[in-house]
Design a protein around this ligand. Structure first.
Ligand SMILES: Nc1ncnc2c1ncn2[C@@H]1O[C@H](COP(=O)(O)OP(=O)(O)OP(=O)(O)O)[C@@H](O)[C@H]1O
Ligand SMILES: [Mg+2]
Length: 249
C-alpha cells in the first residue's frame, strides 16, 4: 500500500528526512514513532503529496505521489497535523462538504453515525471556529474515514482526545485494519503504538533507526519504552546542569 524508496527532504541545512526506505502492506496499522522534530510530519506530508521530497520516490496504493499527488488525496483518508476545519462552516456542513467532494451519494446517515460514534452530535450545528480543539480533531478524524477509504494517513490521531474517545478511536482503528484497511499514523505516545500498531518505524533526526513488527520477539523481550529511549537517546543530554528542584525530587 505504501512504498518509500530513498527519500530525502532538506530544508536548507536541516535534514528533516534523510534517506528513508520502507514499505507497508495491506491490513497493517503502521506507527511512525519519534521524538519532537524527528521528521514524522515531514514524512506524512510527502506521503500525502503536500510537499515534494528533495529526492526519492513514494508510491501509495500503486500511485506515484510525485507524478499524481491529487490522486493520492482521492484514494486515502488524510488527517494532517494540527489542521482545522473551515471556521465559517458548521461541523455538519463540513462533513457534508467532504462527503460531496468524496462523491458519496447518500451521506446524511453516515455523517450522523460519526457524530454519534464520537459523541459530538450536540455540536453539529456549531461553527467550526467555536469548537473545542478536541472536537475539531473528532471532526477531522470523521472526515478522513467518511468514505471508507482503503488507506488512512493520520498525523497524531489521539493527541487532543479524552480517554473515552481515545478508546473508541483505538478500537475503531484496530477493527478497520482487521477488515482489510491500512492505516499509517505518526505518534510520540508510545503506549498508543504498543496497544494498536501491527508494525512500527522509529525515526530519529530524520533517519529510520528501526522498523519491524510489534510482535517481533526482540521487541517483545524488551520494555518498549526502554527500547525506544535507547534508540533515540541524545548523547550529551545528561549532565546539562539541570536538576529537579528539591521539593519535587
Ligand atoms: N517548512 C519547514 N521549513 C523549515 N524546516 C522545517 C519545516 N518543516 C519542518 N522543518 C524541520 O524539519 C524537522 C522535522 O520536523 P517535523 O515537523 O517533521 O517533526 P515531527 O517529528 O513531526 O515533530 P513533532 O513530534 O514535534 O510533531 C524539524 O527540525 C523542523 O524544524
Ligand atoms: Mg509532527
Amino acid at each position: 500500500m505504501i512504498e518509500v524508496r530513498n527519500i530525502f527532504k532538506f530544508y536548507g541545512s536541516t535534514k528533516a528526512v534523510n534517506d528513508i526506505s520502507f514499505s507497508i502492506g495491506k491490513g497493517e496499522l503502521f506507527g511512525l514513532l519519534g521524538p519532537n522534530g524527528s521528521g514524522k510530519t515531514t514524512m506524512i506530508r510527502m506521503l500525502t503529496g503536500q510537499i515534494k521530497p528533495t529526492s526519492g520516490s513514494v508510491r501509495v496504493h500503486g500511485v506515484d505521489v510525485l507524478e499524481d499527488p491529487i490522486r493520492v488525496r482521492e484514494l486515502a483518508g488524510i488527517v494532517p497535523e494540527q489542521e482545522t476545519p473551515p471556521s465559517f462552516l458548521t461541523a455538519e456542513e463540513y462533513l457534508y462538504f467532504v462527503a460531496k467532494i468524496r462523491k458519496m451519494e447518500s451521506y446524511e446517515k453516515t455523517c450522523e453515525k460519526w457524530f454519534e460514534f464520537l459523541d459530538f452530535g450536540d455540536q453539529k450545528n456549531s461553527l467550526c471556529k467555536d469548537l473545542s480543539r478536541g472536537t475539531r480533531q473528532k471532526l477531522m478524524f470523521a472526515q478522513a474515514f467518511l468514505h471508507e477509504p482503503e488507506l488512512a494517513i493520520i498525523d497524531e490521531p489521539l493527541i487532543n482526545l479524552d480517554p473515552v474517545i481515545q478508546r473508541k478511536v483505538k478500537d475503531f482503528l484496530a477493527g478497520y485494519v482487521k477488515n482489510g484497511g491500512t492505516v499509517f499514523i505518526s505518534t510520540h505516545i508510545l503506549e498508543i503504538a504498543k496497544q494498536i500498531c501491527t508494525s512500527i518505524g522509529i525515526i530519529y533526526k530524520g533517519k529510520l533507526v528501526y522498523t519491524g513488527r510489534l510482535d517481533d520477539p526482540t521487541l517483545q523481550r524488551r520494555n518498549f519504552e526502554d527500547f525506544f529511549l535507547d534508540l533515540v537517546s541524545r548523547p550529551g543530554n545528561s549532565g546539562t546542569g539541570l536538576s529537579i528542584p528539591a521539593q519535587y525530587a
